[in-house]
Design a protein around this ligand. Structure first.
Ligand code: FEO
Length: 169
């Protein structure tokens, strides 16, 4: 069984992953409104990733005999000044997620809940990738600057991203 503090913290993170999914869906909707279908595709894939993260928390809570509580989510931002601003927002958000995962890990360690420590290890590694992915696109957009056709090329590149659930997860 999960102790109450861990159960509440896991539920909080489950809901935060759902909120993260909505943020990326909102970014996708904004990109579609700007006719940036590749950028929109990238954010739709990110939305799917966040739903996958949320489902992992859901399944784990149930597996440990806990109760999932679906809470109310804040309304995400709906407009950004540019694709660069959206990706900078994404990177900032992932930094918040990383901090939450680290806090959750510390709680599990302090509670000597080794099963939860093992479960969270996947998220610790995943957050390194999440931050690196957003940062790589920021670097490209920054390098591009106002170069003619640059955004068109990056948009085409981001159109190729596909969601592939990790094998065995
Ligand atoms: Fe679920 Fe992007 O962290």
């Amino acid at each position: 069984m999960l102790n109450t503090n861990i159960e509440e913290a896991l539920n909080s993170q489950y809901n935060f992953e759902m909120y993260s999914a909505n943020i990326y869906l909102s970014m996708a909707a904004w990109a579609d409104s700007q006719n940036l279908s590749g950028v929109a595709n990238w954010f739709k894939v990110q939305y799917a990733e966040e739903m996958f993260h949320a489902q992992k928390f859901y399944d784990y809570i149930i597996e440990r005999g806990g109760r999932v509580i679906v809470g109310q989510l804040d309304k995400p931002q709906s407009d950004w000044a540019s694709p660069l601003a959206a990706f900078e927002n994404a990177l900032h958000h992932e930094g918040i997620v990383t901090g939450r995962v680290n806090d959750l890990m510390s709680l599990a360690i302090d509670s000597k809940d080794h099963a939860t420590v093992a479960f969270l290890q996947w998220f610790v590694s995943e957050q390194v990738e999440e931050e690196a992915n957003a940062d790589a696109i920021i670097q490209k957009l920054t390098l591009m600057g106002d170069a003619p056709g640059g955004l068109f090329l990056i948009d085409n590149e981001l159109a190729t991203r596909v969601f592939t659930p990790p094998v065995g997860e």
